[in-house]
Design a protein around this ligand. Structure first.
Ligand SMILES: C=CC1=C(C)c2cc3[nH]c(cc4nc(cc5[nH]c(cc1n2)c(C)c5CCC(=O)O)C(CCC(=O)O)=C4C)c(C)c3C=C
Ligand code: FE2
Ligand code: FE2
Length: 387
């Protein structure tokens, strides 16, 4: 019987306060997160931004107990999924491959080789595809395959996105419904989907399907729930000075408060585990904003974690991918680019096109400005909330 490896892709998070700086460095060193016209600038800039942001991020991680719970939760998901697959008669072993922290993707691939796995199913723990998340991990795996003929020989089945899977939708609908039932007026409470944002240029220029998939996902969850509550979708966690997808969560909360909404049920939609953005940003920061604008009851739907219906959805995805032909990573990494301002190099993701213009003009000026800000402790990046 073929030995199956299920590679679960996730972002990773710092487990201790002292991990925050190096974790942020790994994140900003990824050209899928910040793309620069001069690759030589990537690492110095990643070092600079991570050093400058570390204090603020550490404060956030301290407020949730000193580290990210992501590794622990992802390990649990991996364990429960493995036993569900084995109950279905699939001799699979699950592996966790984080993009920016332990256990790194490289180490998961090393384990797959050491275990002499015959076939690999690549399953991102992101329901919707974005260049900045699943895309970045796919690209890394692609590079690892190019550099390693033994890994490249393994048949691989990549799953791009799965936000439409009926059991995933069912699990989300169940969690939202039971949170709605805790409201004082369950039929009137407003459902508020808060998705992680991405820069607008990812969607409009690089062809990231993320926004479309998020919008469709929110609407499918509402259909599945079969309740008449009004709902809003907004985007959280903006980083840096460029425009991100709108409406921003803080603005949407303000608008709902002004419209007289009193009860809100907040749904984290782009991620399946509790993490810094749910535990700190939603539960502390957005709750505070909501209270200030007159929302009296702020309820938050828990992330899926190891919800049994959700684990069944993941097992279904693995099972159906094994029934099909191998699917290479490139199937999902080549996106239709929407605008083209400059001749591009072969790989065209990231902050590209107009942002390359932006980057090109501002990189040097920006570099100097940041240095100045480091020395003075004041400046536009502090004002913009980046530092
Ligand atoms: C679908 C989910 C996510 C998308 C899309 C995404 C894009 C994205 N993120 C940043 C910048 C940061 N992300 C950080 C942490 C972080 N982000 C996600 C998810 C998505 N990111 C997760 C799960 C985590 C880890 C959470 C944890 O519990 O540790 C951080 C660090 C935290 C902080 O300082 O705020 C940054 C910075 C960008 C720039 C981006 C799209 C380009
Ligand atoms: Fe992020
Ligand atoms: Fe954040």
């Amino acid at each position: 019987m073929a030995r199956i490896g299920v590679l679960l892709l996730n972002l990773g998070g710092p487990e201790r306060i002292q991990d925050v700086g190096p974790f942020l460095y790994n994140l900003f060193a990824d050209p899928e997160i910040i793309r620069l016209p001069l690759p030589q600038l990537q690492k110095p800039l990643a070092w600079l931004i991570s050093s400058l942001r570390a204090g603020r991020s550490q404060k956030a991680y301290r407020s949730i107990g000193g580290g990210s719970p992501l590794r622990r939760i992802t390990d649990q998901q991996a364990k429960v999924l493995q036993s569900e697959l084995r109950q279905r008669g699939i001799e699979a072993t699950t592996y966790v491959a984080m993009r920016y922290w332990h256990p790194f993707t490289e180490s998961a691939v090393g384990d797959i080789k050491a275990d002499e796995i015959d076939e690999v199913v690549v399953l991102p723990l992101y329901p919707q595809f974005s260049i900045s998340t699943s895309g970045s991990s796919f690209r890394l795996l692609d590079r690892l395959r190019q550099d390693d003929p033994a890994f490249a020989r393994l048949p691989l089945r990549a799953i791009g996105s799965w936000y439409e899977h009926p059991r995933y939708l069912q699990a989300m609908a169940e969690l939202i419904s039971s949170t709605l039932d805790q409201a004082n007026a369950p039929d009137k409470a407003h459902v508020f989907f808060s998705a992680h944002g991405v820069p607008k240029s990812y969607v409009e220029e690089a062809g990231d399907p993320y926004q479309e998939q998020i919008e469709r996902c929110a609407s499918l969850i509402m259909d599945t729930m079969q309740r008449e509550n009004a709902y809003t979708l907004a985007y959280q966690s903006r980083v840096g000075p460029v425009e991100w997808l709108q409406p921003y969560t803080e603005d949407a909360l303000q608008g709902l408060g002004e419209a007289g909404v009193k009860e809100l049920v907040v749904v984290p939609i782009s991620f399946v585990s509790e993490h810094i953005e749910t535990l700190e940003e939603i539960d502390i920061e957005y709750r505070h904003i909501a209270t200030e604008v007159g929302i009296e009851n702020f309820l938050r739907v828990p992330a899926l974690g190891t919800h049994p219906t959700f684990i069944h959805a993941l097992a279904d995805l693995v099972e159906s991918s094994l029934a099909k032909e191998p699917v290479e990573l490139a199937t999902f990494t080549q996106l239709p680019q929407k605008t083209k301002l400059y001749p591009q190099e072969k790989w065209e993701w990231g902050w590209n096109n107009s942002s390359e213009v932006w980057n090109g003009r501002l990189a040097m000026v920006g570099f100097l400005a940041i240095l100045l800000e480091v020395l003075s402790g004041h400046g536009p990046l502090h004002a913009l909330g980046l530092l």
